[in-house]
Design a protein around this ligand. Sequence first.
Ligand code: NAD
Length: 361
Amino acid sequence: MEDPMKPVRTALVGCGKVGTIHAAALRSLPEAEFVAVCDTSPERANTFAGKYGVKPFTDLSTMLRVAAVEAIIIGTPHPLHAEPAIRAAQAGVHVLIEKPMAASLADCDAMLDATRKAGITLGIISQRRFYEPVQRMKAAIDAGKIGKPSLGVFLQYSWREPSYYASDPWRGKWDTEGGGVLVNQSPHQLDILLWLLGPAAEVNGCWANVNHPTVEVDDTAVATIRFKNGGLGSIATSVSQKPGIYTKVHVHGSNGASVGVETDRGATFIAGVSTIAEPALNDIWTIPGEEHLLAQFQAEDRAAFAKVDATTHYHAFQIGDFLRAIQVGQPPLVTGHDGRAVVELFSAIYLSSSDRRAVRL
Ligand SMILES: NC(=O)c1ccc[n+]([C@@H]2O[C@H](COP(=O)([O-])OP(=O)(O)OC[C@H]3O[C@@H](n4cnc5c(N)ncnc54)[C@H](O)[C@@H]3O)[C@@H](O)[C@H]2O)c1
């Protein structure tokens, strides 16, 4: 356990699009002392360092040592999360990793092994868990208000321009991104589904590339899930609707009551490029005796949204949760095991699609 009153010396690895969100969040947090950035591109590292008044590095080990870093946040492309995470863990540095935890289960297991051996704190970004409507759903389910969560539905009708995939050489390719909509845009809601319904037991799925002929990977996927608690799940996730419409997660319970959230209106935002223009809102709330609360929840969330920059606010919430976890020696809200469960789920959808069979998890 660290000193709970002492800010954690924190550095960023990856000075790209999502790095701008982390940097803004770190500057706003009393739990953080933002000390350094690292990017393999010296120009990017120098630009960030100048903008945020921290030290630039192009080599991770040098940064950890010279800047006496206690925690890093990794915002590199997905297949490049594991290497810096393992190196940091071996140096005794705590690690918070952008979603998805990795593009492969092997990378997840190597990170879990290294962080367990080192005894450091590992967290995975899933900032939509911190949305007030999602927190409300979790509290209601934990309080037993919908009985057993028995049907979980995740719908994502989003859009990505061809220029989005062309914006960085790693995007849209199996080797350098590890997948498409399942790997990049869906992990937030896959994590919420697993958080609300518990672990998945079996998956059937398939994917397609509907209207992005310049990329190799999936822009659309569907799946059904059987959860370990006996509940069922249904997923339709896509970045092929132009314009994007919405992204929702609904959970229906064994007593007939339902709770739901629209996590995103229109296309999901692109970090460092677009901002969150509309609040996440509960869109279904049929718990007996609480039906009237839906309008109240929506009014509260619209009012709160007007007072914050939602694009950085929830990242700051999660980074704060992670740094406090280090300070008090407790696990963060979203752990490495939670991150692995998401990677296991999307990997099972790809496997089910290629083998045309149900995959047990
Ligand atoms: N939570 C969210 O809402 C959210 C939003 C956007 C992106 N992300 C995630 O953040 C990650 C990065 O996405 P992005 O859009 O910022 O990508 P990006 O390409 O804009 O930035 C990645 C940066 O990492 C740097 N980099 C690559 N390899 C490196 C290494 N070994 N060491 C140090 N730096 C290295 C690159 O030079 C680049 O500056 C992805 O995993 C993505 O899924 C999360």
